[in-house]
Design a protein around this ligand. Structure first.
Ligand SMILES: Cc1cc2nc3c(=O)[nH]c(=O)nc-3n(C[C@H](O)[C@H](O)[C@H](O)COP(=O)(O)OP(=O)(O)OC[C@H]3O[C@@H](n4cnc5c(N)ncnc54)[C@H](O)[C@@H]3O)c2cc1C
Length: 188
């Protein structure tokens, strides 16, 4: 099965744990019954190290672009960066990004110590993926109408950001894991 078009990322689908594809990024893995704990664990670790760090990169780039643009764009005689409404937006983006980065590094440190905590992984995944979409979305807002144009980079960042709450387990499923851990089913 091959997927040629998507909102942003180029996809390929490969056979179970078979990465013979020619495309560099990203790869679909479909599991069969023979997938082992080691495989799941390595993908969990890879997920934290690769996909969620990508999300941080997308968000950081969106914030950096928004900070630059806000200082260049002049409306009503002043750069929009001088307006409190824009400064607060940039501040909120920074707060969300730093919080998600700290969460991700905490999770990565535990993994480095051999501690695999499923609920923490779900919390991290949800936190990082919702942060990146929000930061990219706010960056586009600061760019105004230009942000929506393909001539400027933030629309691409927003499309990139959208995937993180879908793949690697949707955020609905992550919330099911978190909620299910907090409120376990009664055993008969
Ligand atoms: C760019 C991209 C890359 C991907 N990379 C990989 C990869 O590397 N490896 C891989 O295995 N997969 C990958 N996927 C697949 C991805 O993990 C799935 O698309 C995702 O898990 C959602 O599954 P689905 O598309 O079948 O949606 P569905 O399962 O049909 O879900 C549709 C909606 O219903 C919600 N939903 C479903 N069931 C429930 C429930 N029980 N309770 C509440 N809400 C529910 C979902 O959260 C979602 O919002 C990728 C997908 C994309 C788009």
């Amino acid at each position: 099965m091959q997927v040629d078009r998507s909102l942003s990322l180029h996809l390929i689908i490969v056979n179970p744990i078979d990465a013979r594809s020619s495309s560099a990024f990203p790869v679909f893995f479909f599991f069969n019954d023979t997938a082992t704990t080691e495989i799941y664990t390595s993908l969990f670790v890879g997920s934290v190290r690769l996909y969620k760090r990508q999300a941080l990169g997308v968000a950081q780039r969106a914030l950096d672009l928004a900070v630059d643009y806000a200082q260049q764009r002049v409306t009503f005689g002043k750069p929009i960066a001088s307006r409190q409404a824009i400064k607060f937006k940039l501040a909120d983006m920074e707060i969300r990004l730093q919080t998600a980065r700290a969460q991700l590094f905490y999770n990565a440190q535990l993994i480095d110590k051999g501690i695999y905590d499923g609920m923490l992984g779900s919390v991290t995944k949800t936190c990082v993926s919702e942060m990146v979409f929000d930061v990219a979305n706010q960056a586009l807002q600061i760019f105004g109408g230009y942000g929506y144009s393909r001539e400027y980079p933030v629309e691409k960042l927003l499309r990139d950001a959208r995937i993180f709450s879908l793949f690697e387990g949707t955020n609905e499923i992550q919330r099911m894991i978190i909620g299910g851990t907090l409120v376990p089913k009664k055993r008969n």
